[in-house]
Ligand binder design. Structure first.
Ligand SMILES: [Fe+2]
Length: 232
């Protein structure tokens, strides 16, 4: 099978993140792999917990956190997406005077464990008609890796309508800026967990980002979320 991840243009991902606050990647999963991951949603054994979003006023839909050991397709994505993202994260860390991150995922997982963050955070989300996700950030403890990836598993306008991915940047002392992404099936979205560096008059400053999903009008929308830091 073609190795989709090896074909990714990470310089472009970094440039897009710097310019607009999020990046769409080339395809990360084939159509068959997307279907394989969607089917996992109903396999209870591979998950450690399930969240019904309406119960927490997070939105409308369900998501499930994968348990250890992660299913191979999710484990491989997390391991292989991490190193190029760590390079972007470390460039940002230097601009903002923040901590840097290990080059490989093993190193980050070890640091998470030392900070009491043991539980894996990759998750699978399912939205049906009227489903949506309020704007939020995915912070699970003290240790936060600054970038995350969400992979679209369905075909917009064919499998579902509505359900755009929404990003809102809160710039200090300015009005917020909204962005909308419509990834194709298999495409990934890369975006900051909490904030990113933006050049200002006196060096770089932090601009906070929240993400969410607009209302799904019809069909089912599944997304695989890859978060790299583990949870408490
Ligand atoms: Fe999220």
């Amino acid at each position: 099978m073609r190795d989709l991840l090896s074909e990714l243009d990470w310089d472009k991902v970094g440039d897009d993140l710097d310019r607009s606050g999020f990046a769409l990647t080339g395809p990360l999963l084939t159509r068959a792999q997307c279907a394989e991951v969607v089917d996992l949603f109903d396999v209870d054994e591979v998950f450690r917990s399930t969240v019904v979003m309406a119960r927490h006023a997070y939105g409308e839909g369900r998501y499930r956190y994968f348990g250890d050991p992660l299913v191979p397709i999710v484990r491989d994505l997390r391991e292989r997406l991490y190193p190029p993202l760590a390079r972007i994260a470390n460039r940002w860390a230097e601009l903002l005077g923040e901590r840097s991150f290990p080059a490989e995922l093993d190193g980050l997982v070890a640091e998470c464990a030392a900070a009491g963050q043991h539980r894996p955070t990759p998750l699978l989300l399912r939205y049906g008609p009227s489903g949506y996700n309020c704007l939020h950030q995915d912070v699970y403890g003290e240790l936060t890796f600054p970038l995350q990836v969400a992979i679209m598993l369905n075909r917009p306008d064919e499998d579902f309508t509505g359900g755009e991915s929404v990003f809102v940047e809160q710039r200090p002392r300015q009005q917020s800026r909204a962005m909308v992404a419509r990834p194709r099936q298999g495409q990934g979205m890369v975006f900051p967990v909490r904030h990113r560096p933006v050049p200002g008059k006196r060096g770089y400053r932090r601009v906070a980002l929240r993400h969410g999903v607009s209302e799904v009008h019809s069909g089912q929308r599944h997304v695989l979320g890859i978060i790299f830091h583990n949870a408490v």
